[in-house]
Write a protein that binds this ligand. Sequence first.
Ligand SMILES: Cc1cc2nc3c(=O)[nH]c(=O)nc-3n(C[C@H](O)[C@H](O)[C@H](O)COP(=O)(O)O)c2cc1C
Length: 199
Amino acid sequence: MVKILGIVGSYRKQGLIDTLVGEALAAAEAEGATTKKIYLTDAHIDFCRNCRHCTQRPGPERGDCVQSDDMDAILDEWAECDGLVLGAPVNFFNTTAVTRRFMERLVGFAYWPWGQMAPSVRAKHAGKRAVVITSAAMPGLMIGVVTGAPRALRMIATTMGAKVIKTICVGLVAREERPTPPARAVRRAQAAGRRLAAR
Ligand SMILES: Cc1cc2nc3c(=O)[nH]c(=O)nc-3n(C[C@H](O)[C@H](O)[C@H](O)COP(=O)(O)O)c2cc1C
């Protein structure tokens, strides 16, 4: 059975991003997948210390982090999954701080011993696939051009060993406190969820 992990990097439960991640997961479930949603704001995730302990050992397995918080449990859960729905809004022209904090803790997916100039990702696209979703006040077409958010979300997914099959950018969402997600964005999230469920 296909397992899909949803990760919400928005600060607002039932906000735009949470709703669209939920739509993607619900559509995947309707196709028979099992899903789980994690809110990064609920997780205990400390900042990366740049100690690079986790990057020293060679091999395909992610390195061990010296910190003990919720990160291992999240990544162990991910190891059992086939698909990822990762959503986070644009804040100050990039993704949210809570999402970037999570991203920095993924460095153990790379092998980067002291003496090597740059990291090399341990396992690329091991059959896992991802959909990333972002939203902003600006028009959707501008998001990929003037913000770093889609790139950051795709980098998270690829670092986690997934191939990104869809990037959904939803613009003009900050005019109301509780906007109704645009119908087109809902349809795109649902279609992306169905694609992840189909193996
Ligand atoms: C602190 C903060 C910074 C923001 N920065 C931007 C920005 O740089 N560009 C933009 O278009 N929208 C920006 N926004 C609007 C958010 O992207 C928008 O409210 C969000 O996509 C809604 O998603 P949510 O319902 O999941 O919170 C910002 C909002 C906040 C609160």
